[in-house]
Design a protein. Structure first.
Length: 271
């Protein structure tokens, strides 16, 4: 039995199937952790959604920004973007079931010393605190009135955490940190415009401002321009499949790395 963490798939179904073959995935014994952004920008988001959903408990999925975009599109609370490739999903006969399944995935997953999250965590949050905050958003997404939350989810303010935050502002900060953040200050003020490797003045990669010496290994994606970054406390796995890079997986038990090349379906700018 092994657990494989997989980087941003973004609708690249052919590459996902090739990657599963590369490490001889055994659906009867192995588990897959997906870092979020199952959909969008690639050509086969519908196939990816159906395949991962059908894995049942063998697949752990955390939500990424593109996944939430699909949920909001389906709810009529977001506008399609020029580079979206979600038309097939939205027109599918089982779209309601697929989006309901996606909407009820986790914001963050913690297990065996690892923390799985799409983008990052603010420096004020240790893994236990972040999991509790993730549950707050998960409850809002799974509630009967979840459309009200979705209607207030977008926006870049507040841009920092405060324990006194309440309501939509509180949930928005959690969502932005876990699905959008790349850079923040040492005090945890987030910056959302920059997508390259070089931070704006006064900002740092989110993982560089966390207190050293923690035992949690963070597993994330979202940052294709950063690429593969493996460190004692970090496994960053977005290797830009949709941009013509590769789709990557790492076996958590021994850090064995598996990669397959990708055709490339989009041109920069990346996200």
């Amino acid at each position: 039995m092994a657990t494989y963490a997989i980087g941003d798939v973004q609708g690249c179904a052919d590459e996902l199937h090739a990657l599963l073959e590369a490490f001889a995935f055994d659906p009867a014994a192995d588990r897959l952790w997906f870092v979020g952004d199952l959909v969008n920008r690639g050509p086969k988001s519908l196939e990816v959604l159906r395949h991962v959903r059908d894995l049942g408990e063998r697949a752990v999925v955390v939500l990424g920004n593109h996944d939430l975009h699909l949920v909001c599109l389906h709810a009529g609370l977001a506008k399609a973007r020029a580079d979206d490739t979600l038309e097939e999903v939205l027109a599918a006969p089982d779209v309601d079931e697929l989006v309901d399944w996606l909407r009820t995935r986790k914001m963050m997953h913690g297990e065996a010393g690892h923390a799985l999250v799409h983008a990052g965590l603010l420096p004020q949050w240790d893994a236990r605190r972040a999991l509790a905050l993730a549950h707050e958003v998960e409850r809002a997404l799974r509630a009967p009135d979840h459309r009200e939350f979705l209607a207030h989810m977008y926006g870049s303010k507040p841009d920092a955490w405060d324990e006194g935050l309440r309501g939509w502002d509180r949930l928005r900060v959690i969502v932005n940190a876990m699905t959008r953040m790349r850079f923040c200050t040492r005090e945890g003020v987030m910056e959302f415009r920059s997508k390259g490797e070089t931070p704006p003045k006064g900002y740092f990669p989110w993982f560089d401002v966390r207190a050293p010496g923690g035992r949690t290994v963070f597993v994330c994606g979202h940052w294709s321009s950063l690429g593969l970054k493996l460190a004692p406390a970090l496994l960053a796995l977005d290797t830009g499949c949709v941009w013509g890079g590769s789709l990557s997986a790492i076996r958590l038990e021994d850090r064995a790395l598996f990669q397959v090349p990708c055709a490339g379906y989009q041109q920069p700018v990346r996200d």
